[in-house]
Design a protein around this ligand. Structure first.
Ligand code: ATP
Ligand code: MG
Length: 393
């Protein structure tokens, strides 16, 4: 296929459960990355705290919104559109988007109006698109908008159009088989388990050892020290055979059992006692749900993306366990996980935490995008329901 490039730059935005990734199409990585958390009722960014996972269903509301800050997206779904609009205002201020002022005047002359490409989670609905269209066209006067599925874009960022996109975010983990650019919807599996659960597991493991630690510290320590059991490539600082000594973000020096840094992440791979997590089986199931004729292509390109895939040893652990599972179940395929220590891809391997955004940035640079994928204001005004339901990446 011959793809020509476009000069027109668009704003690409990926708002997740944990962080916002934003920047202009054609760039290699997002220029702006900040917490998807705002001080309640304001458009001020707040510190990078992860949402509490819903241990008790009835507490879910108070857990994703605490007294000071809120996470407008919880487990990949927008929970509160007022808070989301506040967060969007913060995004717009940060990147310099134009908008209508509350007194009806606008700053369109001083700031350029920009087309927007929204990266969508696997759980987003057409109602969510309607809401975004309203915000972006009416308040922000975008000339055009577009929606792209984050897993399809992740695969695209790795230079492929077929494969199994495994996206490990903060609020959820999804496995999406994609064949020649099209997701095989019946075999998509989304699990409400991700980085925030690993942070929470680590917090509990610290608490069990009488060390008080909040979600912010748990997240920070996790990103630095945790790893997939059996596969550490991380040089733990001041590690003896059994213990690790380090400083918490608040300055407190602690020494703990080193095993907690792999124990906290175990639920990512294998279901925990509450039935949460279990990526190995999830990947296997997604492949097994597809027709035999495509299983080889899917198992041969299992592409990891998302922040949680940065956990040291994730690819190696998934690869090892998956081979065992495939043998046990006697599925006749061989599997390739990207990246693992056996198979790395320059660029993609290190930047996979931004893969959905990078896929959007690439997509937005092609002429095809401007000719046939984006939704113009006029199309939206003429037939909003049809255009929002049918036009997307
Ligand atoms: N080195 C690391 N080791 C382990 N976890 C990490 C590492 N780096 C980032 N993370 C985790 O990745 C998560 C953020 O990933 P990502 O930005 O893909 O999520 P998101 O897009 O905000 O959420 P979602 O897509 O689930 O709504 C956080 O939980 C963060 O702690
Ligand atoms: Mg995400």
């Amino acid at each position: 296929v011959y793809l020509s490039m476009s000069d027109e730059s668009i704003l690409v935005v990926d708002i997740g459960s944990s962080s916002v990734k934003a920047g202009h199409s054609g760039e290699d990585i997002p220029s702006y990355v900040f917490p998807a958390t705002i001080a309640k009722g304001t458009n001020q960014s707040s510190e990078s705290v992860e949402a509490f996972p819903s241990e008790l269903a009835q507490l879910v509301t108070s857990q994703y919104v605490n007294n000071h800050s809120s996470h407008p997206i919880y487990r990949g779904i927008v929970q509160d559109w007022d808070e989301m609009e506040n967060l969007w205002k913060h995004v717009a201020d940060t990147v310099g988007l134009s908008q209508k002022n509350t007194d009806g005047t606008d700053n369109w002359n001083t700031a350029e109006s920009t087309s927007v490409f929204m990266v969508e989670s696997n759980k987003a609905s057409v109602q969510d698109r309607s809401k975004w269209a309203e915000i972006l066209f009416e308040t922000y006067h975008a000339p055009s908008i577009c929606f792209g599925n984050s897993s399809v874009l992740s695969l695209f960022a790795s230079g492929r159009t077929s494969g199994l996109a495994v996206e490990c975010g903060a609020g959820s983990t999804s496995t999406v088989p994609i064949f020649e650019g099209l997701p095989l919807h019946h075999a998509v599996i989304c699990m409400d388990h991700g980085g925030q659960d690993i942070s929470y597991n680590l917090k509990k493991l610290f608490n069990d050892r009488n060390i008080a630690i909040d979600m912010f510290s748990a997240k920070t320590v996790k990103e630095r020290l945790s790893f997939a059991q059996g596969f550490t490539s991380k040089d733990l600082p001041h590690t003896t055979d059994t213990t690790t000594s380090f400083s918490l973000p608040d300055g407190q020096d602690v020494t703990v059992d080193s095993r907690i840094f792999s124990a906290c992440a175990e639920s990512l791979f294998v279901k925990d006692e509450n039935g949460n997590g279990g990526l190995v089986n999830q990947v296997y199931e997604s492949i097994a749900l597809c027709d035999e004729s495509v299983r080889r292509d899917l198992a041969g390109a299992i592409i990891l993306s998302g922040g949680t895939s940065m956990l040291a040893g994730t690819g190696d652990r998934l690869h090892r366990d998956l081979i065992r599972k495939i043998q046990t179940e006697q599925m006749n395929v061989s599997c390739l996980v990207v990246p693992t220590t056996q198979y790395r891809e320059k660029g993609y391997s290190t930047q996979r935490k931004f893969a959905p955004w990078i896929g959007g940035s690439l997509m937005g640079s092609f002429d095809t995008y401007h000719k046939s994928l984006k939704i113009t204001r006029q199309e939206w005004e003429e037939n909003p329901d049809m255009v929002l339901a049918t036009k997307s990446v």
